[in-house]
Design a protein around this ligand. Structure first.
Ligand code: GDP
Length: 279
């Protein structure tokens, strides 16, 4: 993804235009990387519009750390919930929270004699957090394109949710803070940015280094290895031996083992793992 300041300016303008149409914003993030998958300017962009942080891919993240993040956001006064956009889990909670954040506005409308006005919502988030998947699931329309183009498109349609909520069918696509190395790496681990940011052998090695720190038992269990005092490279080589990623002449096939590790992390096969914790 190539984000130039020009794009950002245009995206910002498009999102601000659409913001005027809605009562509430659903900020979708990846629950495995709740900080790295947030846009750094989101607060400024949204201003005082009611917002709900929607932590997606809950099927892949760590249940206990999810609770820490929900606490973290709640302490900042931001309503937060977990969803699984593929299985459409968490939608009733989303409706419930929407009614909570919109309560005051509803009461003002009632005071002015306005009844049953639909609540309008829009989804924003950086690429790959699951915006299109969620919209497709909710609209049961399987053909909508999933793309990484900045901004939002014309020809708006509204998807009906329960609780008289209408969701804009085009998400606001934000940019991640990928100039920061740690953030770029986390995005690459989850597959949000392409493997080209560094060679995949190095990327997998960095991931192993991280997993040794935060989820050593899951790594040991998945690959039937012992980590003990081993370096990340040694662990990677152990995994290669276990999985037969060997070239002719008994050499380690680093590319193949890197692909195995990255794929199995991304699909949750190594376990439910969250890479970032609230500090
Ligand atoms: P967008 O760029 O924000 O619109 O993200 P997409 O909807 O294109 O989703 C990016 C990738 O994440 C796709 O491969 C989806 O299948 C996957 N995905 C989306 N939501 C979930 C989820 O809740 N769980 C899992 N495991 N994968 C998801």
């Amino acid at each position: 993804i190539n984000w130039f300041p020009g794009h950002m300016k245009k995206t910002r303008e498009l999102i601000q235009k659409n913001l005027k149409l809605v009562d509430v914003v659903y900020e979708i993030i990846d629950s495995r990387i709740p900080l790295s998958s947030r846009n750094p300017e989101i607060d400024k962009l949204i201003g005082d519009k009611p917002r709900i942080v929607v932590m997606n891919k809950s099927d892949l993240s760590d249940t206990n750390i999810n609770k820490e993040w929900i606490n973290y956001f709640n302490k900042k006064g931001i309503n937060t919930l977990l969803i699984d956009a593929i299985k459409n889990k968490g939608i009733s909670e989303l409706v419930k929270q929407t009614e909570i954040v919109i309560k005051e506005k509803k009461e003002r409308q009632l005071d002015r004699g306005i009844k049953n006005k639909p609540i309008r919502a829009m989804i924003v988030g950086v690429p790959n957090v699951g915006k299109s998947t969620l919209i497709n699931s909710l609209s049961r329309r399987k053909s909508a394109k999933t793309g990484d183009k900045p901004g939002v498109t014309k020809g708006k349609q509204w998807i009906k949710l329960k609780g008289n909520i209408q969701l804009l069918d085009t998400p606001g696509i934000l940019w991640p803070k990928f100039e920061e190395q740690e953030v770029a790496r986390n995005l690459a681990f989850t597959g949000a940015i392409k493997d080209e940011i560094m060679d995949i052998e190095t990327l997998a090695l960095k991931l192993v280094e991280k997993l040794i720190k935060i989820a050593p038992f899951k790594l040991e269990k998945r690959y039937d290895i012992e980590i003990k005092e081993k370096s990340a490279l040694e662990v990677m080589e152990k995994i290669a031996l276990k999985r037969g990623a060997i070239l002719k002449g008994a050499e380690i096939d680093y590319t193949r083992v890197a692909n195995i590790i990255l794929d199995e992390f991304r699909s949750g096969i190594i376990g439910n793992i969250t890479l970032e914790r609230p500090s």
